[in-house]
Design a protein around this ligand. Structure first.
Ligand code: NAD
Length: 506
């Protein structure tokens, strides 16, 4: 018998907390058909009418904040304050930004033609139709619903396939969008594993995927077969370069938060600290007590807990194997290093020193509460080590000299580099979020992400009363070839002497 339901278990206790029905291929096709039918009316509404609905959704989210944060703590495992800051405020602000800017972003854009001045062009944006969103379990509320907002503003329907580890919060999200006025059929949610995700790809006009590199490649291949666009937001291995002149107090605070927030399960987490040898002792003096003071526990029971469980056992096993490999190859455990025994998926906040480039922890994504420190001789070798990764999502540079730090930032292969801060550009919806190398293709956030939810269409028309015929139309007279050759030389060639020669034909 095929599995019909997913039983969701608490990451903190292992106890069942709910279940969702799995959608098979027929269920997904039926949901997609309902969404497409609803999109016809939604796409015909004005942009302002659609934005007004999304503003109402924003208000319902604000009203239901406690329900959302409580469920995120229960199902995903994170502290409620992180659920509030990283997921709820982040999404509310994204809705605020895009609903107030949509008119500017999606208004027709003229293109001044540089040569054919008797004609003119402009771009305008039309809904694609149905957008499929496939999400991960680390920020299930924010990552599934940010793209849903831009898709809906763009006039599309959405079908969301959340992670099998955190499905329940997406059912709550759908309830909230509908309570805000989004038509019920327009916003579909389907649950399941990879097969359900594949079925989503088979039924939509574009995919917005966030998850691992391995799955991202499969998703992109399937989108390629269907010739539909696909944004892939994949893994990260963010390096933090601590230069000799860094403010060590601020750097230690930033690295601790950047490495351990959401129990390290952030694609932008600080995963590699590359520290100049001259400041290593001072940095460790600050970091050791900070990491040792982090309080792990069940976020449902205690609001002062800073480190929840890992979301699932698979992830805890990955974290354990990275630490074991590092220790076997000579890393020194300064804090933590072990599983916390019990029914949940807890791992001690861990600080590793004497880390070297051959350890898995410096090349493979860890996605857990571990901060590895590698000592470096100079800035050039820091940059080379930062760029050695196959991933390139975020990177960080710490220095008192912002100008120098920006020069280094521009040499790092990453979609975003922050100077003297960590993680927070995800909360700036006007800035693009997306990686280079195997961290993915395309962007969420930034004005272009809203445009990308639409088909870009181009209209070209006559500015001046039209001529009887264009010079390149039929018939082709005997001198036309020579005439165009001269015109090309004069208009597009370089150098006055050359232009004169082409004009006179000598
Ligand atoms: P995952 O790749 O295992 O799963 C992601 C989603 O894809 C899930 O919903 C899953 O059911 C679905 N899926 C699995 N196989 C599929 C298939 N063949 N076709 C379609 N869908 C399929 O990733 P995960 O473990 O849920 O998430 C963790 C990863 O996500 C990490 O690598 C992390 O870095 C990355 N991530 C990236 C960003 C970013 O913005 N770049 C943000 C958050 C997480």
């Amino acid at each position: 018998m095929p599995e019909t339901h997913i039983e969701v278990c608490s990451p903190a206790t292992g106890e069942p907390i709910g279940s969702v029905a799995i959608a098979n291929a027929e269920d997904v096709a039926a949901a997609a058909a309902r969404a497409r039918a609803a999109q016809v009316e939604w796409g015909a509404r004005t942009l302002e009418e659609r934005c007004a609905v999304l503003r109402q959704v924003k208000n319902v989210i604000i009203e239901r904040t406690d329900d959302i944060c409580d469920l995120l703590s229960k199902e995903q495992g994170k502290p409620k304050v992180e659920a509030m800051v990283h997921e709820v405020i982040n999404l509310v602000d994204l809705i605020h930004y895009f609903t107030s800017q949509a008119d500017r972003i999606l208004s027709p854009e003229p293109i001044a033609l540089h040569l054919l001045k008797h004609r003119a062009s402009y771009l305008h944006w039309k809904p694609r139709g149905l957008i499929g969103i496939i999400g991960p379990w680390n920020f299930p509320f924010n990552i599934c619903n940010g793209p849903a907002v831009t898709a809906l503003i763009g006039g599309n329907a959405v079908i969301v396939k959340p992670s099998e580890f955190t499905p329940m919060v997406q059912d709550l999200a759908r309830e909230i969008f509908i309570a805000g006025g989004v038509p019920e059929d327009l916003f579909q949610v389907v649950h399941g594993y990879g097969e359900t995700g594949s079925a989503v790809i088979d039924n939509v006009d574009m995919i917005e995927f966030t998850g691992s590199v391995v799955t991202g490649k499969k998703v992109a291949a399937r989108c390629g077969e269907r010739l539909i666009p696909c944004v892939t937001e994949l893994g990260g291995k963010a390096p933090a370069l601590v230069l000799a002149d860094a403010n060590i107090d601020r750097t230690a605070g930033a690295l601790t938060w950047g490495g351990f927030a959401n129990c390290g399960q952030v694609c932008a987490s600080v995963e590699r600290v590359l520290v100049h040898k001259s400041v290593l002792p001072a940095l460790l003096d600050k970091l050791v007590p900070k990491v040792a003071a982090l309080k792990p526990g069940n976020t449902q029971e205690d609001d002062t807990v800073q480190i929840g469980p890992l979301n699932n056992r698979r992830q805890r096993d990955i974290v354990q194997s990275r630490v074991e490999d590092a220790v076997a190859k000579g890393a020194r455990v300064l804090v933590g290093g072990n599983i916390i025994e019990g029914p949940g998926n807890f791992f001690e906040p861990t600080l590793l020193a004497d880390v070297t480039a051959d350890m898995d922890i410096m090349s493979q994504e860890t996605f857990g509460p571990v901060l590895p420190i590698m000592v470096m001789d100079d800035e050039d070798s820091m940059i080379a080590e930062a760029n050695r990764s196959h991933l390139g999502l975020l990177a960080y540079v710490f220095s008192a000299n912002t100008g120098r730090a920006r020069q280094i930032a521009e040499r790092i292969e990453a979609g975003t580099v922050m100077v003297n801060d960590v993680l927070s550009t995800h909360g700036m919806p006007e800035t693009p979020w997306g990686g280079v190398k195997e961290s993915g293709v395309g962007h969420t956030h930034g004005d272009d992400s809203l445009r990308h939810m639409c088909q870009q269409r181009h209209v070209n028309y006559d500015r001046l009363p039209p001529m009887r015929r264009e010079p390149y139309w039929y018939p082709y007279g005997p001198n036309l070839y020579g005439l165009f050759k001269r015109v090309m030389g004069v208009l597009l060639g370089s150098g006055i002497a050359n232009k004169l020669r082409w004009l006179t034909g000598r």
